[in-house]
Ligand binder design. Structure first.
Ligand code: UDP
Length: 336
């Protein structure tokens, strides 16, 4: 199969390229503006196309059997600072790619987000792909433009699917974690990357580990390696056509305020040294700016994925332990 991965230079894309190349069954074209995270990932079955993700050449879509669209801003500080940029990339650009797939009759695997569930708290405390209502925050909290853009994209693709115009699968990731996830920041800085990178920076340098709004929100974290095998299951299963899937590991749900000590323990285990950082509470608006609002995220139902023969394999300790060791090695703190 010829697979085009749009946004191949990002965290998810670079792992997917690596995983699919190792399987040795597919030809991969990876498109991105930068290839830093793809360094060392190579092989005769892989072609890198350097291109702005806003202008995906028709030929990349035309020559593929399957297009995997990973193009997105996926970082809450951007939703607050540049909501229109988020709309343009996460809706307009992705819509154009869906239109290219329709034009050339190509299968589309569209990465969406678990954030489309918004503030929903179903009574049975799980998210079901095809049943759970989606409840968004007010317009004045511009953070929600991300979830709304992704939700509208899902709805437009689904509507084209109903007309028989596109063969699609939508993926809703629940906080993937793994090596290369993010850039680190000076300890004590606010906004910027995701929670792992902030806590990792605090572990490396010492300083505050900020618990936004007391760290009371939950997140369900999934190992990037489990995310790769889940995507593989989608590629291998004709039954995944015209379907939406949660990609998550429901056993890995944790409150952010409990994640801080977990990462401190894993750091100590890896280095033999006690970390010099301190969990410190801060408000969401101080940390991200005006227009931020958080949601508490409950574990996903993954029975649709399980029906394809897939199971998650990595728990929180292994997922965060691997990733912490990767960043410690990058920083020259450990050798293995
Ligand atoms: N968060 C935190 N400290 C940080 C960064 C994030 O407490 O240094 C919180 C954030 O408010 C949210 C959770 O961690 O409740 C996950 O945030 P992240 O940006 O990683 O991802 P997302 O909100 O997109 O799931």
């Amino acid at each position: 199969m010829n697979i085009a991965i749009l946004g191949a230079g990002g965290f998810i894309g670079s792992h997917l390229v690596e995983h699919l190349l190792a399987r040795g069954e597919h030809s991969i074209v990876g498109l991105d503006i930068e290839d830093e995270k793809l360094q060392g990932i190579e092989g005769p079955a892989f072609t890198f196309v350097r291109s702005d993700v806003r202008e995906v050449p028709d030929s990349v879509v035309r020559d593929a059997d399957v297009v995997v669209d990973l193009i997105a801003y996926a970082n809450p500080s951007i939703y607050v600072e540049s909501p229109l940029e988020v709309f343009r990339l996460n809706f307009m650009t992705n819509l154009e790619i869906a239109n290219q797939c329709i034009r050339y009759g190509k299968r589309l695997i569209q990465y969406s987000t678990s954030e489309v569930y918004g503030k929903s708290r179903p009574p049975d405390t799980v998210y079901f792909e095809d049943e759970t209502d989606m409840i968004m925050g007010p317009t004045t909290k511009q953070r929600w433009i991300y979830a709304v853009a992704k939700q509208l994209l899902e709805r437009v693709i689904h509507a084209h699917g109903l007309l028989g115009e596109i063969d699609y699968t939508i993926v809703r990731p629940f906080n993937f974690i793994g090596p290369r996830i993010d850039y680190l920041v000076p300890a004590g800085s606010m906004g910027g990357p995701r929670v792992f990178a902030h806590f990792m920076s605090a572990l490396l340098e010492g300083g505050p580990m900020y618990l936004v709004d007391g760290g009371a929100a939950h997140r369900t974290f999934m190992s990037i390696y489990d995310a790769n095998t889940a995507l593989q299951a989608i590629l291998d299963s004709p039954a995944a056509s015209q379907q939406i899937y949660n990609f998550g590991n429901p056993d890995n749900n944790i409150m952010i305020r409990d994640l801080a000590p977990l990462m401190m323990d894993l750091y100590q285990e890896a280095t033999g040294q006690a970390p010099r950082c301190e969990p410190t509470e801060v408000s969401g608006e101080t940390f991200y700016g005006e227009g931020y609002e958080d949601m508490d995220r409950i574990p996903p139902d993954i029975s649709k994925l399980r029906a394809l023969g897939w199971e998650p394999t990595r728990d929180l300790n292994e997922t965060f332990g691997d990733t912490i060791r990767y960043y410690l090695k990058e920083a020259g703190r450990i050798s293995v």
